[in-house]
Design a protein around this ligand. Structure first.
Ligand SMILES: Nc1nc2c(ncn2[C@@H]2O[C@H](COP(=O)(O)OP(=O)(O)OP(=O)(O)O)[C@@H](O)[C@H]2O)c(=O)[nH]1
Ligand SMILES: [Mg+2]
Length: 238
């Protein structure tokens, strides 16, 4: 594929239910008139996220495609990224030229991050409902994603979380990389997210951005389909 038809590939990862699909819907709503967008979702067993995004009506339904990973979400976004790369390249070919393809990871735990072989930059999404101390727990996404989002700040009073404190904890874990307190009900925070995506798009287009691998990950386990526990380590060469 000629270089000019390659989009900026932006990953969105983070624990289950923190608002990854909602953030992608917000980005589409805010930027679909300025940038040519596509979306790839990853779910283990379903295309639920793709259907949710299509029904949000923020982007042409054909520009939103699902990869059913059938396995550990880490595998699909790190170790065997081929199905995702094919999905991204198909989308880029079918709707050429695209400016940005957003790739949503299957929701998982704190350790899942994208391989730089799949995305150019990545957002890691936490939410206040997961607890104010989550940012202090660290992990590769929290420490080294290109942007860390502390989402659903509108819920902070209900779950007893001090947002400035949670943001300060996150900043302390990130050596100067940005942290954004976000709520879809807070227009200023949505504008800040939009600015970050536009700036990152310009940086990646300009060739000045070097994708960074936030890994490595800790060994972890998953319950298999029949209930057995699968423990495995992802080996990576850096
Ligand atoms: N109050 C509030 N709720 C939000 C916000 N963003 C998302 N949500 C809600 O959080 C829930 C989960 O959002 P999703 O966007 O589906 O989260 P996800 O991370 O994509 O979830 P998985 O893909 O299942 O891991 C939904 O009920 C959303 O409506 C927000 O800014 N404020
Ligand atoms: Mg989702």
């Amino acid at each position: 594929m000629p270089e000019s038809s390659r989009s900026f590939r932006l990953g969105v990862a983070g624990p289950v239910g923190t608002g990854k699909s909602s953030l992608i819907a917000t980005v589409c709503r805010e930027l679909a008139s300025e940038l040519r967008l596509g979306v790839i979702t990853n779910d283990i067993y379903t295309d639920e996220d793709a259907r949710l995004l299509r029904s949000a009506g923020v982007l042409d339904a054909e520009r939103i495609r699902a990869v059913e990973t059938g396995a550990c979400p880490h595998t699909a976004i790190r170790d065997d990224v081929t199905p995702n790369l094919i999905a991204v390249e198909d989308l880029e070919r079918d709707f050429a030229p695209l400016d940005v393809v957003l790739v949503e990871s299957g929701g998982d735990n704190l350790t899942a991050t994208f391989s730089p072989a799949l995305v150019d930059a990545q957002i890691f999404v936490l939410d206040v409902a997961g607890g104010g101390d989550v940012a202090r727990k660290g992990g590769p996404g929290i420490a080294r994603a290109d942007l860390l989002v502390v989402n659903k700040t509108d819920l902070a009073p209900y779950v007893g979380v001090d947002v400035p404190r949670m943001v300060a904890d996150a900043e302390a874990a990130r050596a100067g990389k940005p942290v954004l307190a976000l709520s879809r009900t807070d227009a200023d925070s949505v504008a800040a997210l939009k600015r970050w995506v536009l700036e990152m798009t310009a940086i990646v287009r300009g060739g000045a951005h070097v994708p960074v691998d936030p890994g490595p990950m800790a060994p972890h386990s998953h319950a298999g389909e029949d209930g057995e526990i699968l423990t495995h380590v992802h080996a990576h060469s850096h």
